[in-house]
Design a protein around this ligand. Structure first.
Ligand code: UDP
Length: 468
């Protein structure tokens, strides 16, 4: 293993992973790349909630951090979740990091080598790690797992709020959009083609909104930023990000295609759906999954079921246990409807999503437009049906439908859904969408292959870390 460079040992990398599925997976992919392709020693610090499985990564050192959190569902999406997570993990992390730095110094002196450094790479939700690294004078690199297009949106919200143009809920604030009558469908001029209704943080107070923005946009920038995206896909947002932070920004996505890793799923994957898909006609199946965090009302879920049933298309529907409010799993569905649905498809608790999307039988992905799901669908050239909930999902949905034109928005109403499913899977419009999805797939494949933008960016990242 090439441990040395220029008479120095390679820096030890300490990666801080977040306990959310959509954040943990890219971090583990990044760690795997930096270890197996660039030969760095890796320590992964993580919360006790949703830990990675050390047996899948025998070459990494794992560092559990006491978080005093019981389950994601207690806090998901809330400012309190982030604050508690960061406040609780920080003290122990600081102690560990001091130990790691001292151990690294000892090894360097016993090897008669020049001192090597420790580099901290942290998920942006684990912002405590950036401040601990700063306190200890260590370089820190932030990993962002949302779309780049989300950044200009959250960055401008304080200004929109000051001008009375940000739609908020809360005692002292009202949606004060003087410039239009049906405010929410108007385009935000600075964020074209986003509409006011595509802005995140609906349903929480402005105080919480501004607090969340403060947490996820660090006041002191890290030494560099890694973004799980592609240069060609989000170039204008990336220009804004580079202007704002004025530090190197490496676009290294889609990380799941850079290097394979064992499954990082927190839930057990039901692989029976792959055997079932093997028996379906090409491009006939709609795959429905709303990610790892979204909570859905019973009424909406029942409408989703009717839409899937009435479309007459085969389907795989992931209903995550506890994701329908008030129910453990699918008890909200009338028995007759379940029986009818089972003749044409599968309802599962958690799917091997990347394999499902790569399957020849899948013709459309009905998604909440989480960024990982969006990238995974793009890489397989699968057009999307978009049902966003929060955060970057509404921004991604608008890009999918209006910029990249490989998705359609789903209106969850009786009689509407089946039409959208058929539009994507069996209409001329769907065929055109599919063609565009395949064009984007080709560009993504070029970016991750030798000499492509994401591969080059990873190479530059390795050189950058070595220069620290
Ligand atoms: N996922 C999965 N099986 C499922 C549903 C989701 O493996 O049945 C994975 C999916 O492949 C993706 C992640 O969960 O990598 C969800 O991340 P995303 O950013 O799309 O959404 P989030 O869960 O953060 O809202």
């Amino acid at each position: 293993m090439a441990e040395e460079h220029g008479g120095r040992r390679r820096p030890r990398l300490v990666l801080i992973a977040s306990p959310l599925q959509g954040h943990m997976t890219p971090m583990i992919h990044l760690a795997t790349f930096l270890h197996s392709k660039a030969f760095f020693s890796i320590t992964i610090a993580h919360s006790e909630l949703n830990p990675p499985d050390p047996s899948n990564h025998p070459d990494f050192t794992f560092l559990p951090l006491r978080d005093n959190l019981s389950s994601t569902s207690d806090f998901a999406g809330a400012v309190k979740f982030l604050q508690t997570l960061n406040d609780n993990c920080k003290p122990l992390f600081k102690q560990h990091l001091v130990n790691i730095v001292n151990a690294q110094k000892d090894t360097s002196s016993s090897d008669h080598q020049k001192e090597s450094t420790v580099v901290v790479i942290y998920d942006n939700l684990m912002y405590f790690a950036g401040s601990v690294a700063g306190d200890l004078g260590l370089p820190s690199i932030m990993l962002r797992t949302s779309s780049a297009s989300f950044f200009p949106v959250i960055n401008i919200i304080p200004q929109l709020h000051q001008q009375g143009r940000f739609p908020v809920q809360g005692k002292d604030y009202r949606f004060n959009c003087f410039a239009f009558t049906d405010g929410s469908s108007e385009i935000v001029p600075e964020l074209h083609p986003l509409r006011y209704k595509d802005l995140p943080f609906s349903g929480i107070s402005i105080e919480q909104t501004l607090e969340t923005i403060n947490m996820i946009i660090p006041k002191t920038p890290p030494s560099a930023i890694l973004w799980n995206t592609l240069e060609f896909l989000e170039s204008s947002a990336l220009t804004i990000i580079r202007d704002h932070y004025k530090v190197p920004v490496f676009t290294i996505g889609p990380l799941h295609k850079i290097i394979p890793t064992p499954s990082t799923s927190f839930l057990e994957e039901d692989t029976s759906c792959i055997t079932w898909l093997d028996k379906q006609a090409p491009k006939s199946v709609v795959y429905v999954s709303l990610g790892s965090l979204a909570k859905v009302d019973e009424k909406i879920s029942i409408e989703m079921a009717w839409g899937i049933a009435n479309s007459n298309q085969p389907f795989v529907w992931v209903v995550r246990p506890g994701s329908v409010r008030g129910f453990e799993w699918i008890e909200f569905l009338p028995e007759g409807l379940v029986a009818e649905m089972k003749t044409r498809g599968l309802i599962v608790k958690w799917a091997p999503q990347k394999d499902v999307l790569a399957h020849f039988a899948v013709g459309g992905f009905w998604s909440h437009c989480g960024w990982n799901s969006t990238l995974e669908s793009m890489f397989e050239g699968v057009p999307m049906l978009c049902q966003p909930f929060e955060l970057d999902q509404k921004v991604n949905c608008r890009n999918l439908s209006d910029v990249w034109k490989i998705g359609v928005e789903v209106v969850v109403e009786r009689g509407e859904i089946e039409g959208v499913i058929r539009r994507v899977l069996v209409s001329k419009e769907g065929e055109e969408m599919k063609e565009r999805a395949l064009e984007i797939q080709e560009k993504v494949k070029v970016a991750v292959s030798h000499g492509g933008s994401s591969q080059n960016s990873l190479k530059e990242l390795v050189e950058y870390i070595l220069s620290l």
